[in-house]
Design a protein around this ligand. Structure first.
Ligand SMILES: [Ca+2]
Ligand SMILES: [Ca+2]
Length: 131
C-alpha cells in the first residue's frame, strides 16, 4: 500500500522542495532534467557556440565556421546536395542583415527550415508506406 506522501510525490523519488521552473538556458548549475524539447534547444545553442567561437566574433559564424558546422553536424544533408556552392548559398540566404556572419537568430532560421523539410519528408514517407 502506498502512503499518502508517496502518492503525491512524482515518480516516488525523495521529497524535493518545489522549485520554480528554471528559465531555458544552457549550463545552469542545479538544472533539473530538461524535457526533450529543452534538451534540443540547449543542444542547438551548444552546437552554435561550439563553432562560432573558433575565430573572429565569438557570437557569430563566419563562412569558415558555418562550413565546418554544416560539414560536421549536417553531413547527410550536405552530401545529399550536389551543389558545390551550397555553403555560399546558405550563407547568403541566412545572412539577413548582410554583415557576412551568421548570428544565432539567423542560424535558427536554417534549423527551423531544415526541421520543416525533414517533417515534410517523413510525412511523405508515411503516406507512401501506409497506402
Ligand atoms: Ca566566429
Ligand atoms: Ca548576419
Amino acid at each position: 500500500m502506498l502512503s499518502p506522501v508517496e502518492l503525491i510525490t512524482p515518480s516516488g523519488g525523495p521529497l524535493q522542495p518545489s522549485t520554480p521552473t528554471l528559465p531555458i538556458c544552457g549550463s545552469l548549475p542545479d538544472k533539473q532534467m530538461p524535457s526533450q524539447l529543452e534538451g534540443a534547444m540547449d543542444a542547438l545553442i551548444a552546437v552554435f557556440y561550439n563553432y562560432s567561437g573558433h575565430d573572429g566574433d565569438k557570437y557569430k559564424l563566419n563562412k569558415g565556421e558555418l562550413k565546418q558546422l554544416l560539414h560536421t553536424e549536417l553531413t547527410d544533408f550536405l552530401t545529399s546536395q550536389k551543389d558545390p556552392l551550397l555553403v555560399e548559398k546558405i550563407m547568403s540566404d541566412l545572412d539577413s542583415n548582410k554583415d557576412n556572419e551568421v548570428d544565432f537568430n539567423e542560424f535558427v532560421v536554417l534549423v527551423a527550415a531544415l526541421t520543416v523539410a525533414c517533417n515534410d519528408f517523413f510525412q511523405e514517407q508515411n503516406k507512401k508506406t501506409t497506402k
